[in-house]
Design a protein around this ligand. Structure first.
Ligand SMILES: Cc1cc2nc3c(=O)[nH]c(=O)nc-3n(C[C@H](O)[C@H](O)[C@H](O)COP(=O)(O)O)c2cc1C
Length: 309
């Protein structure tokens, strides 16, 4: 049967069957969610950030609720690249799930080590380079904050892999457009934004921070308007495609990002409350297109009409 609406999107060098992916760190390595979500229906799964060696992450508590969001200080816990390739990737490959691997490191050399190892195996659609993590005290934290270092690390990854490179930007900068321009110059094929926003919470009775790490990163609906503005700014600055991330919980949220010019979106925090959210978002986008007589989602992307000011 022919699909009612064509949701296919071209995102630079990659083609997705629909523009909805799940965001890194909110969907494990995919398999954990397989009993709850039909993985092959997703545009792509972006797996938890991978480093060269396994990492235990930060002290608990590592997640607290905030108004309309979460603050997390997971601290990039992961199994390391070797175990990821051996124990996690084969399942996604067997099920034919479009898989994007999020990577990070504490030096350009570590990024290169992880990227090189992942480039030697089949079943990976692209690498997403996390140049920003407010939860880690050392290393990678700095890359995303400086245009020069951001470009440097993206260039190092790009030179070490044949896979498409997605640079994932932090909102904690003076000008996200400037960083976007720099990573485009560093060879990024695609830009994704935004990562979490630095945040904290304190218990007024115990007089202690509510996170073991004191600080964390805010995500969820609370950050959506900030993320939307970031995407808007980046889309206008660069010519590579942009993936929108931040507080997307409904089809309307996703459509808002597509409207301002994101060619795809990632769905994060809402997965914890409703693992089926991304599937419902895909269906909701399809329904919207039908109601609006849009036969291809590509025709809707970037059609925001701005007032003449
Ligand atoms: C618990 C948790 C873990 C995360 N881990 C990662 C990670 O490993 N790498 C990364 O680039 N982003 C990570 N993120 C950031 C998300 O991928 C996403 O950029 C951010 O949460 C904003 O989207 P959202 O509001 O839809 O969650 C994590 C977010 C959460 C909530």
């Amino acid at each position: 049967m022919k699909e009612r609406v064509d949701l296919t999107v071209q995102v630079g060098p990659i083609v997705l069957k629909n523009p909805v992916m799940v965001a890194s760190g909110t969907f494990g390595y995919g398999r954990e969610m397989a009993d709850l979500v039909p993985l092959e229906q997703l545009g792509a799964v972006v797996v938890k950030g991978i480093s060269s060696k396994p990492r235990p992450g930060n002290h608990p508590p590592r997640i607290v609720e905030a108004t309309a969001g979460l603050i997390n200080s997971i601290g990039l816990e992961n199994v390391g690249v070797e175990m990821f390739i051996r124990d996690k990737l084969p399942y996604l490959r067997k099920r034919n799930v479009p898989t994007i691997v999020n990577i990070f490191g504490e030096s350009p050399e570590e990024y290169v080590e992880v990227a090189s190892a992942l480039s030697e195996v089949d079943g990976i659609l692209a690498l997403e380079v996390n140049i920003s993590c407010p939860n880690v005290r050392s290393g990678g934290i700095c890359f995303g904050a400086s245009a020069e270092m951001a470009a440097q690390v993206v260039r190092a990854v790009k030179d070490s892999t044949h896979l498409p490179v997605i640079a994932k930007l932090s909102p904690q900068v003076t000008s996200i457009a400037q960083i976007a321009k720099a990573v485009e110059g560093g060879g990024a094929d695609i830009i994704s934004c935004i990562n979490t926003i630095p945040a904290m919470a304190a218990d007024i009775y115990t007089r202690k921070p509510r996170l073991g790490n004191v600080f964390g990163g805010l995500s969820g609906p609370a950050i959506k308007p900030i993320a939307l503005k970031s995407v808007f700014d980046v889309v206008r600055e660069v010519s590579v495609p942009v993936i929108g991330i931040g507080g997307i919980a409904t089809a309307e949220d996703a459509l808002e990002f597509l409207l301002v010019g994101a060619r795809a979106v990632q769905v994060g925090t809402v997965n914890f409350a409703n693992p089926m959210a991304s599937i419902e978002i895909i269906e909701g986008i399809k329904n919207f297109c039908e109601q609006q007589n849009i036969s291809r989602i590509e025709d809707y992307i970037g059609t925001l009409q701005l007032p003449t000011l």
